[in-house]
Write a protein that binds this ligand. Structure first.
Ligand SMILES: *Cc1c(COP(=O)(O)O)cnc(C)c1O
Length: 228
């Protein structure tokens, strides 16, 4: 078996152990293999290692790897540019980062009935913003508005605060809202903070470096951008 596949397989075992350590059910919490920054071989390795879900942040990268992702569930995690939605619509199974009504409408226009998550900002007003997401106090309103469109609003998504901040209070705030709204899915937790996310109630975690190792400095699209 290829070296990268072995690495992902071992990474998955460790991630599932960490999910259990966070008090989650490793069989129930979905692990999304975040292949951003890596080539098509990362998608193949994820599939061979038994991971049925892959995540991408950038439209061009997603399109470049879509062929290899056939048969896998494809998650779009990045900022949504409305002009790129048309090209992505056929390939994306779950949109994680909808934080404006217009974005949801663009998705619905190209893929009526699409399943989306509403990205919520973990930031309190005094924190530095910039990781995206609707502010917590306005999320219910947005969920309702998006629910009136031909879309399935399956849940919420959030990116935790960057270390060394304790992610737990932020995750707890998002999880409390998620429970209040009675939604099915909660996408929270990355390589550095998955235990805290699972402890708060995450139903899916988005894992890159803990499966594939450190990302190459530049993405395929040439954008050395990083979230979190
Ligand atoms: C990159 C990214 C991840 C994965 O991050 P790792 O720290 O590599 O696990 C998860 N979610 C989003 C939104 C990302 O941009």
């Amino acid at each position: 078996m290829a070296e990268l596949t072995e690495r992902v397989r071992a990474g998955l075992v460790e991630v599932r152990r960490r999910i259990a350590a966070g008090g989650g059910d490793p069989e129930a919490v979905r692990v999304i293999a975040v292949t951003k920054g890596f080539g098509i071989e990362a998608v193949r390795a994820a599939a061979e290692a038994g991971c049925g879900d892959v995540g991408e942040n950038y439209a061009e990268e997603l399109l470049a790897k879509a062929g290899a992702a056939e048969g896998l569930r494809v998650h779009f995690l990045g900022g949504i540019q409305r002009k790129k939605v048309a090209r992505l619509a056929a390939d994306v199974d779950l949109w994680h980062s909808v934080d404006r009504l217009e974005e949801g409408r663009a998705i619905a226009a190209h893929r009526p009935g699409a399943t989306i998550l509403v990205q919520v900002s973990c930031d309190r007003p005094q924190d530095v913003a910039g990781r995206g997401g609707v502010e917590l106090g306005r999320a219910a309103e947005l969920v309702e508005a998006l629910g009136a469109e031909p879309l399935v609003v399956a849940g919420l998504m959030a990116v935790g605060p960057p270390p060394p901040a304790d992610p737990r209070p932020a995750f707890e705030r998002v999880a409390a809202l998620w429970r209040e709204l009675g939604l099915a899915e909660l996408s929270m937790g990355m390589s550095q903070d998955l235990e805290a996310a699972v402890a708060a109630g995450a139903t899916m975690v988005r894992i890159g470096t803990a499966l594939f190792g450190p990302r190459p400095a530049k993405t395929v699209a040439g954008a050395p951008r990083q979230v979190g």
